[in-house]
Every structure is written in C-alpha cells, then in structure tokens.
Ligand binder design. Structure first.
Ligand code: DGJ
Length: 704
C-alpha cells in the first residue's frame, strides 16, 4: 500500500515531531517492504532523505537536512541529496536535466508548484521561477514487488522553443555515503550478460549505449550493495531503464563521499526541440530495494516483468524448433518439411523458420526489406509448409528483420532515401545491410503493411523480430526538427509499429532478437514475450550468459536452444539441461541426429513440459553459478539443475543448501532416500559430486 502525503496532515503525531515537520512538505512512498521518502527543505529544494527498508512509523523517516553550501566552491545541491538535480546555479555533479532557453540561458531553477496523488501514484510538479517550463516528476508504486516506477514530463508552457540537452528519467541517492559496489552486465556480440561487480570510487562511472539499441555491450540495469551482501542476505538497491535505444547511466561518488546513480536517454549527440505547448516524456525507470540480497532483487524483477510487463502474462511458452543453425539460408519447402517431421516426433510444439525464406534471400547480401516468400523456395507461398506444420500438430513461426534493408533489394531500389544516412557520406554497410529510418511514417507504414499482410494471410503465431547491426551515419536530412532527435524518434517509431501490430494481432507471440541479446531491456518486453539471449549456443558459455541474464529477466523470457555447436563435445543431456533452465528450444540440424539422439531429445522435451510451469512461473534460486533451483510459487514442488563445467575436484564440487522451501512441508528430492521438512533440507549441506561435463536434473516434490 502506498502512503504519502503532507506529514503535517497526518494525525496522531507527537507534538515534538509535529513541530519538526510541520512546515515541511514531505512524501513517503511505501511498498510491502521498502520505502522512499523526500520533501522540500527550508530553501525550497526537493530533497531525498530515504530509500530502504520500510520503517514502522511514518515518523521514523528522517527529517530534511538544512540547506547550506560548503565554502564558496560548492553550492547546497553539492552537499544535499537533491531528488531531481538540474543544471543551474552551482551544479557540478551529473544533473538530470540540462536545457538551453531561446535567449541562450542554460540555467534552470525549479520550484515546487503542486502535487497530485492517486491510489498508487504521485506527481510532483515543479516550475522554473522565470521561464515557462514545467517538470512533472512521476512516481508509481508496485507494492507487491517493492518496485517504484519513475519518469518525468517536461512541458513548454511558452511560445519559444526550448532545447532539451539531457532528460534523465530518475536519479537515486544511497544512504550514508560511499563504500558501495556496483553490479552491472557487460559483453559483446556472442558473449553477452557477463556480470561485473566493482567498488565505486570518487568520480563518475558511465555505462551507456550509443548504438541505437540498448546493446550487447552494457545493459540499462544496475544493482548497488554495501559490501555485506550475498545471494540471500544484505541490502541491495537496483534499477533499470525501460528503453530500447541509446541510454546512459552515471554512477557518481562525490567529493563529499555521497553516492548517486542517474539513468535516462543518452545525452550524447542528443537534443530535443520542445516547441510551444509540447511535452517530452522520458522513458520509465524502475527501481527497488531489498534487504535479502542479490537473489531476491532478481526475483522481484522476475515477478514484475512476468506480471506487469510481458504481453501474454500467464501463457506457457511452447517448446520451439528454430531452423537457423540447421539450414542457414538454404531454406525451402522440402528442407523445412523434413525438419518439421522430426521436430514433431520429438514433441516440439512450435516450428520457426528463420532467415532465408523471403524474396531473393540466398545469403546475407540481398533481400532484406522484401518481405514476401521467395518464389523459387516457396513456389506456392508459405501456406503449404504452414499447413504441413499444423498437420503435424505444431504452430508456425517466422523470422523477420523489419528495420533493415540490403542495397540489393526492391525496397532499397525504390526508396534509397528511407535509410538513416547523410547525403554527403557513403553509408557504412554492416552484414551488407543498412538501417531504415523508423522515425519516418512512410517507413512505419511500409513495415506495418508487409507484416500485417503476412500475419493476416497465414496462420503464423510467432515472430522472431531480429536486428543485426549497430548504427552508423545517423542522419535524417528531411527531419521535422533537429536531426539529433533521431535517437528518440527511431525508438518511438519502432514501438509504434510493433505496438500497432500487437493490437491488430494480439495472439501472436514475439521474440526480441538483435544478433542475440542486443536488445534485451524492459522497454522491449512491453512488446515481446521473450528474448533470444545470445548467438552463442555452446552450453557451457551459455550457462555463464544465462547466469547474467537471470539477474534481471525471468526464465520464461529466456529463449535457449539445444544446437549442434557442442554436439560431440558435451552430452546431449547436459545441453538439454542448460536450455531447460529457460524457455526450451531446439536449434540443431535434426537430419543429422541419430535415432538415439531423437529418442533422448523426446525424453527431455517431455520432462521439460512436465516441469515448465515451475521453471517459467516459479521462483528462481541461483545456488551457485552451476546450480539452479526453481520452486513453484506455492513452494509445493521444484526442480534442481546441477552442472560440472570443469571442476576436477568432483567430490567436494557442488555442495549447497537448497532454498525457497516451506519449512514445515516434507519434501522428497529425486535420487535421495530421505524425506525431510523444508527446514531440514535448507539446513542440510547437499553435495552433488559430478564428473566434468556431467549434469543432473532432479525433481523436488512434496511428500505426504
Ligand atoms: C541473428 C540471430 O541471432 C540468429 O539467431 C539468426 O536469426 C540470424 N540473425 C539470422 O540472420
């Protein structure tokens, strides 16, 4: 339940406390376990005073410190925890807002104007003391997940255009100064989501994307801990930006040894011309706090994403087959039919034809943009193959890369001006392709029409939306305003097309892919139900990548295929177990698999189906980098995955305590004789000695 309001409106306050706070405007946002408080200090500055565990009484939240500068070198906002610092006055730290007014003034002075509250929302309105500029700070609580969503709206109340040069969605302060550790995810194509944890020291640490997508390289997510933290215990503060384009995170330890993190659209090469009466809305940022360590922080995100974000909230994800690594561009009706027959035999439920099916697409030199079936490969269109797939009892899915165009395509020949480009520069090709300008309404219309036609004329229930290059020459010489608005307008265009398609075809499940995990963020999960995590399908690498991915994203969103990348190197069982930790898929060339492999694959697909409710919708516990436990929400059943990826000490390897069980309930663990209560299992050190490259998949069940 959210509680907020002016403290001086609350009743039953002791006189002393009342006197202390009566002149202050003070808001407390409370969720189930956590709280966030800020108010207006004696100098009129909106100041944050608390973010942490929910306190017993509202009177326990701290008072607002006095507003003072420090020597003549630091203004008050250097020393105070300003809620939404702007560039103005003596501001030397990273601000949230940077503006240039028409007369060249680059100084913003905001004063509190009003507040508006609803059931679980709060809007604080600030206005510039001289210029017609309004800033609305939005807060929305999600009590159940201990999450608070924040975003801002900047409004031009005047006639003259205002140039926005930075608009962050939120900034957070951490209690008691420095000595914090920042966890974040880093990587590159084929090696995404590596978890890094590092101490923050005085200065600014920047994480960002300038690549047009959220990127493989860093993820718009952070987690802060105070050094006394584990998977199960300790204070963690965390947040993420719901945005699929350029973003920036600044983690700053000030010279006064205070720590703050700001996040928002990247201000690099950014400008937004805010014209008369216009409002600029920032992407939403989500933040949360837990005193139960990294594991709980992830589970809060998982629940939030599953319950509040993804479009098909309670829908089980089907076991899919994807033909990419089997046939690459050699896609045609017979090749796909043969694969489909075997996939169906194994128990696959959804057959997805990847790249290579459309007009003139025989390699990556041609075809992107021409989204109709290639007449040589599919002389009668996709219908015969779809009918065949359906008759085998499977649904049909298709790969698309809508934002892209090859120079060798009908689309580019007709509309060379539709790409991002500068007329005076030769467009840089990457994978022989260029990026369509998604900000243009004619481009949006074209993409919508082509995909709508495919979905309307064919029984397609799944689309993998890919994007296989990063940006270059981000020009738009016919832009309605400043060309640098492209970074934001592109993402808005992408969301618009995807959103319109979702509205028209609500039953379709979408997968977000950008050469693997190049566009994995909370923003895209408003449109896509799952993410293709990496093009790296080696099971051992995948375990590490999946470990990082699980920091934010729930297993249901994590598409993971068993392929031939490590066929002959790792047991099929191991490769299946790794993929079963998420949303299971198969991506190998089934024509090469022998009878024994097909039989074993059927066995694991069936085992996965029996337990996927728990894996996709349950609570995930990272017992170690090589051990994952999933428990159903009611803690009645679970599964345990154990891997040995290279530890010679097979005896002492993989010793852990189980988690997430009901202490009073008795459980049986597959392969172990004893039946114990959850309390006893969670106390007991369990050891799973395994040889290198071996794995286990064990059922945890309630016993009478
Ligand atoms: C990159 C994706 O990550 C792959 O799975 C595959 O779809 C290729 N693109 C196809 O070009």
């Amino acid at each position: 339940m959210l509680k907020y309001g002016l403290i001086n409106q609350l009743v039953n306050l002791e006189k002393k406390d009342f006197m202390m706070k009566e002149k202050q405007q003070y808001w407390i946002l409370e969720t189930k376990q956590c709280a966030y408080a800020f108010g207006i200090n004696n100098a009129g500055i909106l100041e944050n005073v608390y973010w942490g565990k929910r306190l017993e009484s509202q009177l326990d939240y701290p008072d607002l410190p006095e507003s003072e500068g420090w020597a003549s070198f630091n203004g008050p906002t250097q020393v105070l925890q300003e809620e939404y610092p702007v560039y103005g006055g003596m501001c030397f730290h990273e601000p949230c807002l940077k503006i240039t007014f028409k007369d060249g003034v680059r100084d913003v002075v905001l004063k509190f104007e009003s507040e508006k509250s609803s059931n679980n929302g709060l809007i604080i309105t600030l206005e510039d003391i001289h210029y017609p500029l309004k800033v609305n700070l939005h807060y929305q609580t999600y009590s159940e997940y201990d999450m608070i969503e924040r975003w801002v709206e900047v409004e031009n109340l005047g006639k003259e255009t205002i140039n926005l040069e930075r608009v962050f969605s939120a900034l957070w302060h951490f209690p008691g100064g420095g000595d914090y550790f920042l966890s974040h995810l880093t990587g590159r194509w084929n090696n995404e989501f590596n978890l890094v944890r590092e101490p923050l020291t005085p200065g600014v640490k920047v994480l960002e994307s300038r690549r047009l997508t959220s990127s493989h390289h860093h993820n718009p997510w952070f987690l802060i801990d105070d050094g006394n933290c584990s998977e199960d215990n300790g204070n963690v503060w965390f947040g993420a930006l719901s945005w699929s384009g350029n973003w920036k995170l600044t983690a700053e330890v000030s010279n006064f040894y205070t720590t703050r993190i700001g996040i928002g659209i990247n201000d690099w090469d950014f400008i937004w011309q805010l014209k008369e009466g216009e409002v600029f809305s920032s992407p939403h940022a989500i933040c949360g706090f837990s005193d139960k360590g990294y594991g709980e922080a992830s589970r809060l995100f998982h629940n939030f994403i599953r319950d509040e974000l993804i479009p098909h909230k309670n829908q089980i994800h089907k076991v899919l087959y994807n033909s990419w690594e089997a046939t690459f561009f050699d896609v045609n009706e017979p090749s796909q039919s043969r694969l489909a027959e075997i996939a169906a035999k194994m128990g696959v439920e959804l057959f997805v034809v990847d790249d290579g099916w459309f007009h003139n697409r025989n390699n990556d030199n041609a075809g992107l943009g021409d989204w109709w079936p290639d007449s040589e490969k599919f002389p009668n269109g996709l219908t015969p193959l779809i009918k065949k797939v359906n008759s085998l009892g499977m649904e049909f899915g298709l790969w698309l890369e809508p934002e892209m165009v090859n120079p060798d395509s009908d689309l580019y020949r007709k509309h060379p001006d539709w790409i991002l480009h500068y007329p005076t520069r030769v467009p840089t090709l990457a994978r022989n392709q260029m990026i369509l300008n998604m900000a243009r309404s004619d481009v949006q219309d074209y993409i919508f029409t082509k995909i709508d036609k495919l979905l309307s004329e064919n029984n397609i229930t799944f689309i993998k939306w890919d994007m296989n290059r990063n940006v270059s020459e981000p020009g738009w010489n016919t832009a309605p305003g400043d060309q640098r608005e492209i970074w934001v307008r592109y993402v808005k265009g992408l969301y618009k097309v995807w959103g319109d398609l979702r509205t028209k075809h609500p039953e379709v499940i979408w997968q977000s892919c950008s050469g693997g995990g190049g566009r994995a963020d909370l923003g895209i999960l408003n449109y896509a139900d799952q993410i293709w995590v990496s093009d790296n399908t080696y099971a051992i690498d995948r375990l590490r990548i999946q470990y990082g991915f699980s920091q934010i994203f729930p297993a249901i969103t994590m598409e993971s295929w068993v392929t031939d990348a490590d066929r002959g190197m790792l047991p099929l069982e191991f490769r299946f177990h790794v993929s079963m930790c998420g949303s299971l898929g198969i991506g190998g060339n089934l024509l090469l698999w022998d009878e024994a492999e097909i039989l074993e694959a059927s066995h694991w697909i069936s085992a996965y189906k029996n337990h996927r409710q728990v894996i996709q919708f349950g609570n995930q516990y990272r017992l170690s980098k090589e051990m994952m436990q999933y428990m159903s929400k009611d803690a009645e059943k679970g599964v345990l995955f154990v891997f040995n990826t290279g530890n010679n000490d097979t005896q002492s390897h993989n010793t852990i305590n189980l988690r997430g069980m009901n202490p009073e309930v008795k459980y049986k663990i597959e392969g172990i004789q004893e039946i114990l209560t959850g309390a006893d299992w969670m106390k007991r050190e369990l050891s799973f000695p395994l040889e290198i490259n071996k794995s286990l998949f064990l059922e945890i069940s309630k016993s009478k």
